[in-house]
Design a protein. Structure first.
Lengths: 408, 322
C-alpha cells in the first residue's frame, strides 16, 4: 500500500515538476481537483455529474443541445458565449496588469460602470452613424475608465490611500451617483433599466445570418484579443514592462534602482482603468445594452478570480476567461436539463479558485519532494536549496508573496 | 422624537455591527494576516445563525427571543468555522493573503447561496434563497432615555447593540491588556522576536484569524436582523469592505476605529434624515448615500499619511528569516 502511494506521489511530482509546463500543469491540476470535488457533490444530490458537465458545455455552445427553437443553433449559443466572454477578458486583463505592478484593482466594477454610463449618455442616445458612434463608444469608455484608474493611482501615490479602500469607496460612489442620474433622466419605466440605446451605438454586428441561424458578432472580441497580446508584449518585451514588474515584486528595491515607483504605479493603474473601461463599454453597450441603476456587475469581481486562475498572465487569462464564461453561460441550461441548481456553477468556480490559490503550495510541495527524491538517488554532496532563484520568482506570480511585497 | 435622536439611533445600529466586524479585522491584521475575507466571514456567520433560527423554529414559543440570542452564538461559531479556510490557506498552505481573502469571499457567496436554496428546497419545501428571522425587539431604558441628546443612545436600541458593546470591550481588553493580546500584536510586528520568546507564531495567527471570523459572524448576524430581518444573499452589500476601510482610517487601533465607524454610521443616517427632512424626491436618496463614502475618502486624505500598518502584515512567516 505504501509503495503504491509513493508511486502515485512520484507520478504527480513528475507531471507537475517539469518547470517548463508548471505554468499550465498546476492550474489544470487545480481545475481537475475542483471538478472531482464538484462531481462528488453532484453525486450526493443524486444526479449524474457527467450529464451536468456536458450540459454546461451544450448551454454555452461547445456541444449541440437536444433541440433548438427557430433561428437558433449551436452557433447562436457559442456567439452568445463570446459576447459575454469579451467584457470578461477585458476586465481580467485590467486586473492582471494592476496585479503585475503590485496593485489590487478591486474597483473594476465601478470603472466599468462609469465607462458604460459615460458612453451610453454621450453616444447611446445620439443620432451619430454607426461608423462614428461605435469607435466613439469604445474611446469614451476607455477614457472614463482610465480617469477613474488614474484617480485611484493618484490617491495612493499622493495620500498613501490603499487602492483597495479607495476603489471600494469609488465603486459605491459611482453606483449611487449613476443610479441617481439614470433614475431621474434615462429610466425606461417598464424595464426599470436605462432606456435602450440606438442600434448604431451597439457594439455588435447584428443580425448576422450564417446558414440557418441568426446570430450576432461582438465587435469588441477581436479588440480584446489584440489587447491581450498587446499587454503581453508590454509586460514581457519592453523596458517599461520590466520596470512595472519590478515595482510589483519589490517596490523598495525598484526605487533604489532608479525606477520612479509612484509614476509607474499611476500609469499601471491608468492602463488598468482603461481596460476596465473597455470592459464596461462592451458589457453595457454590447452584452447587456442597458444599465441596471445601482447595481455593480459581478464581472468586475469575477475577473479577479479569472486573472488569478490564468496565472496573472495576459495570455493565460484568455483561457481562464473562456473557462469561467463557459461555466456561467452554461449554468442556466444545466439547471433546466439536469435539475442541478444554478447556484452550483458559482460553487464550481469558487472551488477552482480555492484549489488554484493553493498553487504556490502545490508548487513548493512538488519542488521539495522532487528535490528530496533527487537527493536520495544522487550522492549527498549536492545539497538542495529550497529557495527559488530570482528568475524563477519573476516567472511565477505564485511565488511573489515569498519576497514580501505590497501589503494592506 | 426629534430628527437628531433618530439620526443617533439609526447611526448606532449601523455603526456597531460595522465596529465588531472591523475589530475582527484588527485581530487578524494585527497578527500579520491580511483579511479581505471579512465580507465572506460575516456572510457565512449570518448564514449559520439564520439556518439555526429556521431549523429550530418549531422548538421555541413564537414570542420567545431565545432563538435570536442563540443565533448570535451560532453566527460567531459559523464565522470562526469559515475563517478556518482563510487561516489554513494563509498559514498552512502559504497562499497569498490578499488572494486567499478574495477567494474566501467568492466561496462564501457561492456556498451560502447554494446551501440556502438546497436546504430550503429539501427540508422546508420552498426553493427560496432566504431564511426568515423574527423581528428583533427594541429596548428603551427609562429615565436614562430622558436625558437630552445623549438619551437617544438609550432609546429604541437593538439588544444586539448591547451584545456588541460587551464583546467589543472584552476584545479591547484581550488585545491590549493580556499576555495573549501582546502575542497577537507581536506576531504582526515582529514574529521572529515572538518565536524566539518561545511562542508558536503560526498558532497565534491561526487563533487570531478564528477570532476575526467569530466577531465578523456576530456583525453579519446583527446586519441580518437590523437591515432585512432575514438571511439572503443581500447580506453581501459590502459592509466587510467598509469595515476594512474603517480599520485603516482607525490606524489598526480599536478606539480610533470605533470613532471611524461612528462617523460612517452617523453620516449615513444623517444623509437619510436630511433627504426625508427636505421632503425631496426619493431618487435624491441615491445622491445623499454617497456621504459616508466621500467622508471616509476625505478622512483618509487627511489622516492616511500618518497611518502605519503592522510591520509584518501580509508577510508569510518564515522561521529561518532574521
Amino acid at each position: 500500500m505504501n509503495a503504491f502511494l509513493s508511486k502515485i506521489k512520484h507520478f504527480f511530482v513528475n507531471v507537475l515538476g517539469d518547470e517548463r509546463w508548471q505554468g499550465i500543469a498546476i492550474p489544470v491540476f487545480s481545475i481537475l481537483c475542483s471538478l472531482i470535488a464538484i462531481s462528488a457533490i453532484i453525486l450526493m444530490l443524486g444526479k449524474n455529474p457527467l450529464d451536468a458537465f456536458t450540459s454546461l458545455l451544450a448551454g454555452s455552445g461547445w456541444l449541440p443541445k437536444a433541440s433548438y427553437s427557430g433561428g437558433k443553433s449551436m452557433l447562436t449559443d457559442f456567439m452568445g458565449m463570446l459576447d459575454a466572454f469579451t467584457p470578461m477578458l477585458f476586465a481580467a486583463l485590467a486586473v492582471t496588469i494592476a496585479l503585475r505592478s503590485g496593485l489590487f484593482n478591486i474597483g473594476v466594477s465601478g470603472q466599468m460602470l462609469i465607462a458604460g454610463f459615460a458612453a451610453t449618455m454621450l453616444v447611446g442616445y445620439s443620432d451619430l452613424p454607426a461608423i462614428i458612434a461605435r469607435p466613439l463608444v469604445l474611446l469614451i469608455g476607455m477614457i472614463a475608465g482610465a480617469l477613474a484608474g488614474l484617480l485611484i493611482g493618484w490617491l495612493k501615490h499622493q495620500f498613501n490611500i490603499h487602492e483597495v479602500v479607495s476603489s471600494i469607496m469609488l465603486n459605491n460612489i459611482f453606483a449611487y451617483v449613476i443610479s441617481f442620474f439614470i433614475k431621474t433622466r434615462y429610466i425606461d419605466p417598464i424595464t426599470r433599466h436605462s432606456k435602450g440605446i440606438t442600434a448604431a451605438a451597439r457594439l455588435e454586428i447584428a443580425p448576422l445570418q450564417i446558414g440557418d441561424s441568426i446570430t450576432a458578432f461582438p465587435i469588441g472580441l477581436p479588440i480584446a484579443l489584440l489587447c491581450a497580446i498587446g499587454i503581453w508584449f508590454l509586460l514581457f518585451k519592453t523596458t517599461w514592462g520590466l520596470e512595472l514588474t519590478a515595482v510589483g515584486m519589490n517596490a523598495k528595491a525598484a526605487k533604489y534602482t532608479g525606477i520612479k515607483v509612484g509614476r509607474t504605479m499611476m500609469l499601471a493603474m491608468t492602463i488598468s482603468g482603461a481596460l476596465a473601461g473597455l470592459a464596461g463599454a462592451t458589457y453595457y453597450l454590447g452584452f447587456l445594452k442597458s444599465i441596471n441603476p445601482g447595481e455593480l456587475t459581478a464581472v468586475g469581481f469575477d475577473s479577479i478570480a479569472v486573472s488569478l486562475l490564468g496565472n496573472i498572465h495576459p495570455l493565460g487569462v484568455i483561457l481562464s476567461s473562456l473557462l469561467i464564461t463557459t461555466m456561467t453561460r452554461g449554468s442556466v441550461y444545466m439547471s433546466s436539463t439536469v435539475g442541478v441548481r444554478q447556484e452550483i456553477t458559482s460553487l464550481i468556480i469558487g472551488m477552482v479558485l480555492l484549489f488554484s490559490a493553493c498553487g504556490g503550495f502545490i508548487k513548493m510541495w512538488v519542488d521539495r519532494t522532487r528535490q528530496a527524491e533527487e537527493d536520495l538517488s544522487k550522492s549527498a554532496d549536492d545539497a538542495g536549496d529550497d529557495t527559488p532563484s530570482p528568475a524563477q520568482i519573476a516567472r511565477d506570480p505564485a511565488l511573489w508573496n515569498m519576497s514580501g511585497g505590497e501589503t494592506l | 422624537m426629534s430628527t437628531l435622536n433618530l439620526i443617533i439611533i439609526d447611526g448606532l445600529s449601523f455603526a456597531l455591527p460595522l465596529l465588531i466586524i472591523a475589530i475582527g479585522g484588527i485581530y487578524s491584521e494585527r497578527s500579520g494576516v491580511v483579511n479581505l475575507a471579512l465580507e465572506g466571514l460575516l456572510g457565512f456567520g449570518a448564514f449559520a445563525g439564520g439556518l439555526f433560527v429556521a431549523a429550530t423554529a418549531g422548538f421555541f414559543a413564537s414570542t420567545s427571543n431565545a432563538p435570536m440570542y442563540i443565533s448570535f452564538l451560532v453566527a460567531a461559531l459559523g464565522g470562526a468555522l469559515f475563517a478556518t479556510l482563510h487561516a489554513v490557506l494563509c498559514i498552512k498552505f502559504m497562499a497569498n493573503q490578499v488572494i486567499s481573502g478574495v477567494v474566501v469571499n467568492i466561496v462564501s457567496v457561492a456556498l451560502t447561496g447554494f446551501l440556502t436554496s438546497t436546504i430550503n428546497a429539501t427540508f422546508f419545501g420552498n426553493p427560496s434563497v432566504k431564511f426568515m428571522l423574527r423581528t428583533s425587539p427594541r429596548w428603551t431604558i427609562p429615565y436614562l432615555s430622558d436625558i437630552p441628546l445623549l438619551g437617544a443612545v438609550f432609546t429604541n436600541f437593538y439588544p444586539f447593540e448591547v451584545i456588541i458593546i460587551a464583546v467589543a470591550l472584552f476584545a479591547w481588553y484581550l488585545l491590549y491588556r493580556t499576555r495573549f493580546g501582546m502575542h497577537i500584536r507581536a506576531a504582526g510586528d515582529n514574529p521572529q522576536a515572538l518565536e524566539s520568546a518561545g511562542i508558536n507564531v503560526s498558532r497565534v495567527r491561526f487563533i487570531a484569524v478564528l477570532i476575526s471570523g467569530a466577531l465578523s459572524g456576530i456583525g453579519g448576524m446583527a446586519f441580518a436582523y437590523s437591515i432585512s430581518t432575514n438571511f439572503s444573499p443581500a447580506i453581501y452589500f459590502g459592509s466587510g469592505f467598509l469595515a476594512i476601510a474603517a480599520l485603516i482610517v482607525g490606524n489598526w487601533k480599536i478606539i480610533p476605529t470605533f470613532a471611524a465607524c461612528m462617523v460612517f454610521g452617523l453620516a449615513r443616517s444623517g444623509a437619510y434624515a436630511l433627504v426625508l427632512g427636505l421632503n425631496a424626491d426619493a431618487s435624491v436618496i441615491d445622491l445623499a448615500m454617497i456621504a459616508p463614502y466621500v467622508i471616509t475618502l476625505l478622512l483618509l486624505v487627511f489622516f492616511g499619511k500618518s497611518n502605519q500598518a503592522p510591520r509584518a502584515l501580509g508577510e508569510l512567516y518564515d522561521k529561518s528569516k532574521r
